[in-house]
Design a protein around this ligand. Sequence first.
Ligand code: FMN
Length: 199
Amino acid sequence: MKILQINSSSRSAGANSTRIANDIAAQLQARHPQAHLTVRDLAVQPHPPLDEAALGALFTPAEQRTPAQAARVALDDALIAEVQAHDVIVLGVPMYNFGNSVQLKTWIDAIARAGVTFRYTETGPEGLIKGKTVYVALARGGVYRDTANDSQVPYLKNVLGFLGMTDVRFIYGEGLAMGPDAAEKGFAQAQADIAAALS
Ligand SMILES: Cc1cc2nc3c(=O)[nH]c(=O)nc-3n(C[C@H](O)[C@H](O)[C@H](O)COP(=O)(O)O)c2cc1C
């Protein structure tokens, strides 16, 4: 088993989403002692955004790219290859202003590549990142589970599923900014969710 942990908090130290993602990875490793873990912390290794230069590079045929364009595409290629090379993906996902971190969005923008990680067929889109199990470690100040205010879970189910990752298990760490008792309860709920997700 090869596990890829992606930390997408804006902070590299003290992040609650990373703490819960670490717990998931540790419990996976406890169950699968031969498992190999790769950790990519997007706060430490920021990935560039999908800006005009990046789109220009992607839309330029490979043989016509400038060295700078080729280098930019290669950064995305590396993230795609990394996902493809692992069986299990653990995503640390904070909530910022009701949405995902910019770090997570740049990672998703990097791995979504037409013709490589998804394609359109006569019957509709087909995701090409298949056979993965994804654990999503959610960290939130408030509580949104199963409410209309949770825009992250539907989005992540949608975009990961579009790319072929349909086995997605959500771990909820919520109420983390609502005082010490609520935070303790939130971390305990995350542990219960991990146990359920791994059973
Ligand atoms: C800039 C910012 C925006 C936030 N927005 C929200 C929010 O919209 N809803 C919420 O429940 N918590 C919000 N929080 C609290 C975070 O979700 C909480 O601190 C969580 O632990 C962040 O994950 P991290 O520790 O992995 O970075 C916000 C925190 C920050 C710093």
